[in-house]
Design a binder for this molecule. Structure first.
Ligand SMILES: [Fe+2]
Length: 610
């Protein structure tokens, strides 16, 4: 059956459409195999990945699946805005040598495109990821983001997937939604990413005065999560902040602080208390709204052959990148409906979701071959090419004749306190590093956390690290296994045993963003975890993304080597080679000091919002 399936390429965003998007991504489906990747991981400056055709990811995928552009049967794009110019798409297909020679005019291209190009709305791309991750043939999906795109400007959609058919049961086009409210709080706290509000919230307290202010923002008369947003004036760009070494277009155009009315009301409160109160406010109000929506408008409308409680619910869209919200969703809904979260809820997951939606609705039959068991869908590199690179830059390294021996040495290094970069097999898809391109440390040592934050990663001290735990030991460390997720998408409460065994992996509020590792989700990482367990009796490693400034995740062996030499990780474990930093650098190259600050010292440095 698989041989009859079309070869599909899916791209987000639609090239040449009139809107600024970020997170350009591409997915390919060929004979039951998937390739999926984000362009921002492959370009030297991730800002340049915005609004362009994801060329590098596209060719990585063609290489991985041994294809050329004209082998592709179906091209999927997001539904275009009303201003989209079809001529530009024709030019793109000519440029990439996709078209047969007789398709040489706009008219013949239009005929060809009727059979070969499919447009799928933004929210269906979000929900379609559930078709590839969910074993159940029938399911509901709730998709929530800041407001889709110009081709599908909804912010919230409830979808029903039933027996090969898809139906939108409910949708709103509300710009003043919960996702944008969360982004507004991040802006007030001078963060660019909403996840930082969630990370900082663990250090604060819920304050009644802040809650009153936040409550006053919500329009209770509305049936939607609808807040007031008032800007005192438009925040102006600050060109003098231009830094060519770390160019960040977004920060230049949207300098903090934003001129928000709410910011004025929150002056004088500590940022961690604003973060804590906001997270609880957003979760509780959104869940209250969602319960009403599902019981009054969705479950009621289901066909009698479907019982609402039998349907899993797949949550997708950028709003569900919030691990605290996801925990509350599982808390509130999992007793009646299985709650599912994907590896890429944000727009970086749209191209793969579109393929899922297309396969589900066009083939009308679910097959096991469509299910994705592993998030390792990106590029891989041959052992010989990695060895050639190491030799060409004259690095000293250890070489092993089996992966088991490599893992044993790597596990030993970690258990002795070293921080390692782990670069193995195919890269993971989505915003989290899941053991394909990860930085790993010993979770038993509290010092691992401050070393990782301040030396190796130079990221905010309050951001938690994730414990990657072997699946069969989940109960040892996680209070409720319902919260164990293979993609690090839910903050879970940890057991007393976890606080004792793996203190560096437990956030100050007693939670962790756990990654449950199985043999099927990532074999290489699973083997390393087992070697570490054999040595230490601890079935867990501290896992964080393998990135550096300007590159969201290390993607190529060369980037990984540069990271080793110019940051403070101790070893790079790449394929069956282990490269040490100290053996390859003289002291004069060591860029960072070893001094770190404790969390309590960092907390004292926070100042009230001004
Ligand atoms: Fe979206």
């Amino acid at each position: 059956m698989i041989k009859e399936l079309p070869t599909i390429v899916s791209i987000y965003p639609l090239p040449f459409d009139i809107q600024f998007r970020h997170e350009a991504n591409i997915s390919i489906f060929h004979q039951g195999n998937f390739f999926a990747y984000e362009e921002s991981k492959l370009v030297e400056d991730k800002e340049y990945a915005a609004s362009v055709f994801p060329d590098k990811s596209f060719f990585c995928g063609l290489l991985q699946l041994e294809l050329i552009p004209s082998d592709v049967d179906i091209w999927i794009f997001p539904s275009p805005s009303s201003k989209f110019d079809f001529q530009s798409l024709f030019s793109l297909f000519i440029y990439y040598k996709v078209l047969p020679v007789d398709v040489d005019s706009l008219e013949t291209f239009k005929n060809w495109s009727d059979k070969h190009i499919v447009f799928i709305p933004h929210h269906n791309m979000h929900s379609g990821l559930g078709c590839l991750l969910n074993e159940s043939n029938n399911f509901l999906s709730v998709t929530q983001d800041g407001g889709g795109d110009f081709g599908d400007p909804a912010d919230l959609v409830v979808h029903l997937y039933e027996s090969g058919n898809h139906k939108r049961l409910y949708q709103t086009n509300n710009y003043f939604n919960a996702a944008n409210f969360h982004a507004g709080i991040a802006e007030i706290l001078s963060f660019r990413e909403n996840g930082k509000v969630s990370g900082l919230s663990a250090y604060g307290d819920e304050k009644a005065e802040i809650l009153t202010i936040l409550n006053s923002q919500l329009l209770r008369s509305s049936k939607l999560f609808h807040y007031k947003k008032e800007r005192k004036s438009r925040t102006q760009p600050v060109p003098k902040r231009l830094n060519l070494d770390s160019f960040d277009k977004y920060k230049l155009l949207n300098p903090s602080p934003g001129h928000l009315e709410l910011r004025d009301q929150l002056k004088g409160f500590m940022p961690q208390d604003i973060a804590c109160t906001s997270e609880k406010f957003i979760s509780s109000t959104y869940i209250e709204f969602l319960k009403k929506l599902l019981s009054e408008k969705v479950f009621e409308s289901l066909n009698s052959s479907l019982t609402s409680s039998s349907l899993p619910i797949f949550f997708s869209g950028g709003f569900f990148n919030n691990v605290l919200l996801n925990r509350e969703i599982v808390n509130n809904f999992s007793s009646s409906n299985k709650c599912l979260f994907g590896m890429a809820p944000g727009d970086c997951g749209l191209s793969l979701g579109a393929i899922g939606h297309y396969l589900y609705t066009s083939t009308r039959v679910r097959t096991e071959e469509f299910l994705i068991l592993s998030p390792m869908l990106g590029p891989s590199f041959s052992s010989s090419s990695i060895k050639d690179l190491l030799d060409s830059v004259h690095l000293k390294y250890l070489s092993f004749d089996s992966f088991e021996k490599t893992c044993l040495k790597a596990a030993n290094l970690i258990s002795e306190g070293s921080i390692i970069g782990f670069f193995q097999g195919r890269a993971e898809y989505g915003p989290r590093s899941l053991g394909g391109r990860s930085i790993l440390a010993d979770p038993r040592r509290l010092s691992s956390k401050s070393r990782l934050n301040q030396l190796a990663k130079r990221r905010d001290w309050f951001m938690p690290f994730a414990p990657a735990i072997i699946d069969s030991y989940i109960n040892l460390y996680v209070e409720n296994p319902d919260f164990a997720n293979p993609f690090m998408q839910i903050a879970t409460y940890m057991t007393a045993q976890a606080k004792k065994d793996i203190p560096a992996a437990v956030h100050c509020d007693g939670t962790s963003r756990v990654q449950m590792v199985t043999e099927k989700t990532s074999l290489e990482f699973y083997l390393l975890l087992n070697k570490f367990y054999e040595l230490t009796n601890v079935p867990c490693l501290l896992n964080t993304s393998f990135n550096r400034h300007g590159i969201s995740t290390i993607s190529t062996p060369r980037q990984a080597i540069e990271h080793l030499l110019f940051s403070n990780i101790d070893y790079l474990v790449i394929d069956n080679f282990i490269v040490g930093r100290s053996e390859n650098l003289t002291d004069s190259y060591i860029l960072h000091s070893n001094a770190t600050l404790s969390e309590s010292e960092q907390l004292k440095r926070l100042r009230p919002i001004q």
